[in-house]
Design a protein around this ligand. Structure first.
Ligand SMILES: [Zn+2]
Length: 413
């Protein structure tokens, strides 16, 4: 009975022994019996107590083997605990009423990092809920045991979810040595971010050296109050987003205007060649761009202003960048492009935050916030089973939180 040997080797359970193994069609069933003269453990106080009686047989899913479903089965004892009366014994290989063994939970949650939850459920023949609970369990452990000390730099980002106007607030650690998701909160209000700082603690907040965020007012307010010592930076990803939005809105308005005036629709299907970074464009998009630039369109002027701004990030010194910003905003203000004027005004108003980018010794690599933003969106998109905030929260912590995992004697994957 090789399976028994294997189980004893990689998953011995104290107080129990593996018994008869039987194969029936696609299922391997392994009987688990209590050791002779052993006593059950009260599920509430975890203390041994004399046996009262045995319950009906229960089945627990173990990691499948060679296409066979593996089940552990046992008749749990009821014990008469001196403190709690008659209770069901504590089953060491599964939590509470869960029909999934601990090692299988770890296994499912491991694959849930690489595949969508539906895919994991399908591949290993369990329900979506089984996968969700497995991941939730591992995440809960991770959140309890993670180390939150020595965090110097954080980034705050907001992200839309469930296709409505619902937002999540995400806080990341973006130090060069460690990048991970620290916090997820529902909404993007001051209260949401306050909750992060309260959990994070006063001492740790005071240690923060730099904080990146966009210009969302509630965030600015909370950061000022909770981490006044930290340098607050308006990050590159969000600035470029403001500029891109301006280009996009101008393009939309102009497309409609051209159509109304009866001109040929030259701006149609030009969205991505105007928004994407030049370096990431396909040859066809670049050709389209060259064609567009020949027209004296508002959209094109807007695009050129946006591209000109890229130069801002290459400055080595704060004063150089400041001079550039002055020239650029003046140009934008005279451009007769209302959307660009709006951005320019905004950047002027928050000039200090923008220039703080140049005050941090270790220049924040511009891709971090953007990278997390993309990964978070991808995680949410990958599973259409996420209907609730709770499941999104668990999924994001799982994939981006770099959480410690429960210790195991044997790694099954
Ligand atoms: Zn008890």
């Amino acid at each position: 009975m090789l399976i028994k040997t294997l189980l004893n080797k990689c998953y011995p359970v104290k107080g129990f022994i593996y018994g008869k193994v039987s194969l029936h069609e696609t299922k391997i069933t392994v009987k688990v019996k209590e050791r002779k003269r052993s006593q059950g453990v009260c599920c509430r106080c975890k203390k041994t107590a004399p046996t009262y009686d045995h319950l009906k047989e229960r089945y627990f899913r173990f990691i499948p083997l060679w296409g066979y479903i593996v089940l552990l089965t046992c008749k749990p004892r009821r014990v008469s605990c001196p403190k709690h009366g008659v209770t069901v014994e504590h089953i060491p290989w599964a939590k509470g009423k869960s029909p999934i063994c601990e090692p299988f939970r770890m296994f499912l949650s491991h694959w849930a990092k690489y595949l969508s939850w539906q895919e994991v459920a399908r591949q290993f023949r369990v329900s979506w809920k089984n996968v969700f609970e497995s991941v939730e369990h591992v995440v809960e452990y991770g959140l309890k045991s993670r180390n939150m000390d020595n965090i110097n730099t954080i980034g705050i980002d907001e992200i839309q979810y469930l296709r409505g106007h619902k937002y999540l607030t995400l806080v990341f650690q973006i130090d060069s040595g460690c990048k991970r998701l620290l916090f997820i909160g529902q909404n993007r209000s001051a209260k949401t971010l306050l909750r992060f700082f309260i959990n994070f603690g006063k001492e740790r907040s005071e240690q923060l050296k730099a904080i990146c965020s966009d210009l969302w007012k509630p965030y600015l307010k909370v950061v000022k109050r909770k981490a006044p010592e930290a340098i607050h930076i308006l990050d590159r990803f969000h600035v470029m987003k403001y500029l891109n939005d301006a280009v996009d809105q101008t393009r939309r308005a102009e497309t409609a205007q051209l159509k109304q005036d009866g001109y040929e629709p030259i701006l149609e299907k030009s969205r991505w060649c105007l928004l994407k970074n030049k370096r990431n464009q396909k040859t066809s998009q670049l050709a389209r761009l060259r064609e567009l630039v020949q027209y004296n369109l508002k959209t094109v002027r807007c695009y050129l202003l946006k591209e000109a701004f890229q130069h801002f990030w290459t400055y080595k010194t704060r004063w150089g960048a400041e001079r550039f910003l002055k020239t650029w905003t003046t140009r934008a203000m005279r451009s007769r492009l209302p959307e660009m004027k709006k951005v320019a005004k905004r950047l002027r108003r928050h000039q200090v935050l923008l220039l703080n980018y140049f005050s941090v010794k270790e220049r924040l690599s511009n891709g971090i916030v953007e990278g997390f933003n993309l990964k978070a969106k991808l995680t949410m998109r990958k599973s259409f089973g996420f209907r609730t905030f709770k499941s999104i929260e668990v999924a994001l912590y799982h994939t981006l939180g770099k959480l410690p995992e429960p210790p195991v004697a044997h790694r099954f994957y």
